[in-house]
Design a protein around this ligand. Structure first.
Ligand SMILES: Nc1ncnc2c1ncn2[C@@H]1O[C@H](COP(=O)(O)OP(=O)(O)OP(=O)(O)O)[C@@H](O)[C@H]1O
Ligand SMILES: [Mg+2]
Length: 320
């Protein structure tokens, strides 16, 4: 597509027999955030590595800001900020020294650093910590520092591989505030995440499994296409309740979410009648039932299960 910050058509990456990315196509318009979701091993990291020019791919067209990989790698490199899934900060260097290290790598001039570092540190609210060693920072601060290091050369395109995984909810929210602010400044972002609340913040999302994009669209579009209804059922004990509900006729999937079981159903009325009876018959205590709008996790689980792919029994919605 003309004008896309990231354009991928038919990307294929093989590791021997294994096809880690299998004909993936996507396009990220400038100044937007594209979220890649998918279970472990879906191919998210491999895709992002290909786009970052970190590994070669076997087939397909990849363009960043119009430049083609692998031919134009030297042109592409300064345009991207790539944060790998396991980003290595120098633990025994201070924040400032880490920034300088990456600024050296991208040959950022000294005057530019003097202007840019305070901005970045203020932007990420790390300014009180500049003399700390990276190793002394909290998990959330480390991720923010990692983001700063990929921003030192002002790349217009960011490739972020699970940048907030394992970070506490408050820090995750702050991290996403920064991403939304960068988007406002016109930066284009491709980000992988296991968190559905983060997926909600993206302009478009692609759900990936086994190297393919299963579905793609705005969060709203994906929810609207969902063909079933969702009931949130409270019962004790929860794990046993999930099993009983999962076997009820008309139930497509039953997934634990916090202290309820989210049950996706074809015929809501029938399940509303049958669920309390079935739970009681199994000796479980039924507590409450209400219909809720489908979430992205419901869409995701449905897309996986309708293709016979393994579905998770619990879903990370974001741990608010
Ligand atoms: N260097 C490699 N050599 C061989 N196989 C690999 C290599 N890197 C990844 N794979 C395989 O490719 C597939 C996709 O892996 P990838 O890391 O891209 O998944 P992912 O979606 O990022 O998963 P996760 O959510 O766990 O990070 C997996 O089956 C993985 O085992
Ligand atoms: Mg990965």
């Amino acid at each position: 597509m003309e004008g896309a910050a990231i354009f991928v058509d038919g990307l294929v990456k093989r590791y021997g027999e294994l096809v880690a990315v299998n004909g993936l196509s996507l396009s990220v318009p400038r100044g937007t955030i594209y979220g890649l979701l998918g279970p472990d091993g879906a191919g998210k990291t491999t895709t992002i590595r290909c786009l970052a020019g970190a590994i070669n791919f076997d087939a397909g067209e990849v363009r960043l800001e119009g430049w083609r990989l692998p031919e134009d790698l030297d042109r592409v490199r300064p345009l991207i900020g790539y944060m790998p899934q396991r980003f290595a900060l120098y633990q025994d260097l201070t924040l400032e020294e880490n920034l300088n290290f990456f600024a050296d790598l991208y040959q950022v001039p000294q005057e530019e650093r003097a202007r840019r570092f305070p901005q970045l540190l203020a932007f990420t609210r790390l300014e009180q910590h500049t003399r700390k060693l990276a190793g002394q920072l909290s998990g959330g601060m480390k991720q923010k520092l990692a983001l700063c290091t990929v921003l030192v050369h002002r790349p217009p395109v960011l490739l972020l591989d699970e940048p907030s995984t394992g970070v506490d909810p408050v820090s995750r929210r702050e991290f996403w505030q920064i991403l939304l602010e960068l988007r406002k400044q016109g930066v284009s972002i491709l980000v992988s995440t296991p968190y559905m609340d983060e997926a909600e913040k993206c302009d478009r999302i692609g759900m990936m499994a086994r190297g393919h994009l299963l579905v793609e669209g705005t969060p709203q579009e994906l929810r609207e296409r969902f063909p079933f209804r969702v009931l949130a059922i409270k019962a004790e004990p929860l794990f046993a309740a999930r099993q009983v509900l999962g076997k009820l006729q008309g139930v497509k999937t039953a997934v634990l979410h916090g202290d309820v079981v989210d049950v996706v159903v074809e015929d809501a009325e029938a399940v509303i009648t049958r669920a309390p009876e079935a739970l009681a018959a199994a000796g479980l205590s039924f507590q409450s039932l209400r219909e809720i709008p489908p979430g992205l996790e419901d869409v995701f689980v449905h897309e996986l299960s309708s293709r016979g792919l393994a579905t998770p029994h619990t879903v990370a919605r974001g741990g608010e």
